[in-house]
Design a protein around this ligand. Structure first.
Ligand SMILES: [Zn+2]
Length: 305
């Protein structure tokens, strides 16, 4: 099952020729979730051929402009493109008024409904659930209210062995019984047990997104055991003091969170434009964590088992 992250923007603060402001698309089981929506996000969707109307859920971490100033354009374009289905927006409570005032000023009457889901910043909370996945928000340590998001697969059922499926005519009722751990009687009188006919379910994968945050040990518990952890690394250790005063992290600190939370893989982003070579972030983080990836616009990262 698909579980991957496409980077639309991974630069900090103002857009540059090198990086767009923050935005990502999480594809989980072929459902597309937008995470943050910095300026220029629409153009990135066009560039990387991601269809606007496939996105039904947008998650905004906080109200610094580099994380949400693309949202209004995205909402307007979907109206122009004839969207009818509801858009679910998860973000700080003030976001609803910010969007509504702009719609009112331009006398835009959207052809589709928006449902706002205000986020909170005090504890880890379940904010979305469907048949196969759940999404949590969790507080980060930033200059204004800010939360991260975690996408987690639900527990899966055991898989029917290929050779069993090939050898017997399994009815849907046989498959349901086996996947639920029960023995089942086939039409030809043979009884199949789950031990004989199934393989253990795939393990559960999770993706955690820590957008803007100072180094915080609290975060480690929220993202524990992530298959893939995105953690901002605006700075390198040489700017550690600056990271502290601006409530951002260094690459080394991000790696510390990855290591202490026992995450499997670390993805770094939100790079300050002061650095010429993004690989320096990898070098710094790699000194304390093995599996480090560097975000870049258009790159797709798999969330592995
Ligand atoms: Zn910020």
């Amino acid at each position: 099952m698909t579980f991957e992250v496409t980077i639309l923007g991974c630069g900090a603060a103002a857009p540059t020729g090198k990086h767009n402001p923050s935005s990502q698309i999480v594809n989980m089981h072929d459902k597309l979730f937008m995470v943050d929506c910095g300026e220029g996000t629409q153009l990135q969707l066009r560039k990387f051929k991601i269809r606007f109307q496939r996105i039904n859920h947008v998650f905004i971490s906080h109200l610094h402009g580099d994380h949400y100033l693309g949202l209004m354009g995205f909402i307007s374009s979907m109206h122009l493109l004839g969207r009818k289905s509801t858009l679910q927006i998860f973000g700080p409570p003030e976001l609803k008024e910010i969007v509504e005032i702009q719609l009112r000023a331009s006398q835009t009457f959207l052809e589709y409904p928006i449902e706002f889901h205000p986020t909170t910043f005090d504890e880890k909370r379940l904010i979305y659930e469907d048949r196969s996945l759940v999404v949590y928000s969790f507080p980060l340590k930033h200059r204004i209210n800010c939360c991260g998001f975690q996408f987690v697969e639900k527990e899966k059922k055991p898989k029917i062995k290929k050779e069993i499926a090939k050898a017997y005519d399994l009815l849907p009722s046989n498959i349901v019984a086996l996947k639920n751990g029960q023995s089942t009687l086939l039409a030809n009188g043979i009884e199949l047990t789950p031990e004989l006919a199934t393989l253990p379910a795939d393990s559960i994968r999770s993706y955690s997104y820590c957008s803007d945050t100072a180094y915080s040990e609290n975060i480690m518990a929220f993202v524990e055991g992530s298959s893939l952890l995105y953690h901002e690394s605006t700075f390198l250790e040489s700017e550690k003091e600056r990271a502290k005063t601006t409530f951002h992290s260094t690459a080394r600190q991000a790696a510390q969170v990855a290591a202490n939370s026992k995450s499997k893989q670390l993805l770094l982003g939100h790079f300050s434009s002061r650095y010429a070579n993004d690989q320096d972030f990898r070098t710094e983080a790699s000194s304390i964590f093995g599996q480090v990836e560097i975000a870049d616009e258009g790159s797709v990262f798999q969330v592995n088992y």
